[in-house]
Design a protein around this ligand. Structure first.
Ligand code: AMP
Length: 366
């Protein structure tokens, strides 16, 4: 089939996906449902996405020869993992279209760039200061106050690469605990809720977002997502506007998430503070597989192919629960529940903190 509307991708084409975790797995399944083939490229032998893809390559992200061979076999490239080296994406961009592009990746990979980018758009963040060494940390603490959160600029996720600077903390020790890497120091936000917007922008500029999700974390890992979030309609509209603004500014293509804090003043007025943007499908959007007309995985594939984006309409009020570590042992019991849709990721080894699957429950809207 030939491409339509300027898109070079048609059913029958092959989507290359960097990263072989559960996100790659769910992307590959969504692509298959749209008549596409997938080729996963990942360095881990037991990648859950390998089981469901048309083809896979086991390779490191710095193996340029293997990456070139991979590119030659696909029509476009996307990723399910935001810590792909920017050089890998740069090399692939010469060979095939890569969505989201390098600008989106490099902006979101570095917390300092990302926060400067948000502030440049007039989007509020926690106060932050660049910390290049232990001496700079003392100056930053004098500016931000305590407690504060020290975060490595790069490669942080699920609370990794973070340390709280408490009243009594020895600054040199805190700085060393993060490996002496370039960091930012952030002020602590007294938030009432954490929310996220999952949105998509197509390579022809169409934008679409799901209703705002409310996220509950346990030990820094997402435990539960509830949709719609318990926020005012005005706050929800502002959250979607922020996501649209970010997508337009980056000329973004694909699905992305924007994580935000909701802070309330004494009168209960809600204020939004953006924490980060994640340039890929996101755990807080997993509910869309069973709770929306179009899943975030299908939406991402549509967006990068330049196809019409699908409806984001919800089937009801949603609760999505991650099955983390031993929680996944309950899969059998959960399957007997009338409302539960269980998804298991096919991971062989159950480790504490490891995301093994999730369950979505859809309720009638109150
Ligand atoms: P992050 O790695 O930036 O996504 O942070 C992980 C989690 O730490 C967030 O989901 C929040 O629960 C918490 N957190 C991060 N930054 C802040 C902040 N500036 N103030 C309060 N809590 C934060």
């Amino acid at each position: 089939m030939n491409g339509v509307n300027g898109s070079s991708i048609s059913p029958g084409a092959t989507i290359g996906i960097l990263g072989g975790g559960q996100l790659g797995r769910m992307l590959a399944m969504a692509a298959a449902q749209l008549g596409l083939k997938t080729h996963i490229y990942a360095p881990e032998v037991d990648s859950p996405a390998f089981d469901v893809a048309t083809r896979f390559t086991l390779g490191r992200y710095d193996d340029m020869q293997a990456l070139q061979a991979f590119a030659a076999q696909v029509d476009c490239v996307t990723y399910e993992f935001e810590n792909i080296p920017a050089e890998t994406v740069a090399a692939l961009e010469h060979l095939r279209p890569v969505y989201p592009d390098r600008a989106a990746l490099t902006t979101s990979q570095d917390r300092l760039n990302e926060k400067n980018f948000f502030n440049g758009l007039g989007i509020a963040t926690a106060p932050f200061v660049d910390v290049e060494d232990a001496g700079a940390l003392a100056r930053a603490v004098a500016q931000i106050g305590r407690p504060a959160i020290l975060k490595t600029r790069r490669f942080g996720y699920d609370g990794k690469g973070q340390a709280v600077v408490r009243e009594s903390a020895d600054l040199a020790a805190v700085y060393r605990s993060l490996g002496g890497l370039p960091c930012i120091l952030e002020g602590v936000v007294r938030f009432s809720r954490e929310i996220s917007v999952i949105a998509a922008r197509s390579n022809n500029g169409q934008f679409s977002a799901y209703d705002v999700a409310e996220n509950i974390h346990s030990h820094h890992i997402l435990a539960k997502t509830i949709v719609p979030a318990h926020i005012s309609t005005g706050t929800a509209a502002r959250a979607l506007d922020i996501a649209a603004q970010i997508a337009t500014a980056l000329n973004y293509v694909g699905v992305f998430a924007v994580e935000m804090f909701v802070a309330e003043d004494a009168e209960g007025t809600e204020r939004l503070i953006v924490n980060e943007m994640v340039p890929r499908v996101h755990n807080s959007g997993h509910w869309t597989l069973d709770g929306a007309v179009t899943s975030q995985f299908e939406q991402h594939i549509r967006a990068i192919c330049g196809w019409p984006l699908g409806s984001t309409r919800r089937h009801g009020r949603i609760e999505m629960q991650n099955l983390i570590g031993v929680e996944a042992e309950a899969w059998h019991d959960i399957m007997s529940e009338a409302r539960a849709s269980v998804r298991l990721y096919g991971k062989q080894e159950m480790r504490p903190g490891r995301k093994m699957g999730h369950v979505t429950r859809v309720f009638e809207e109150n």
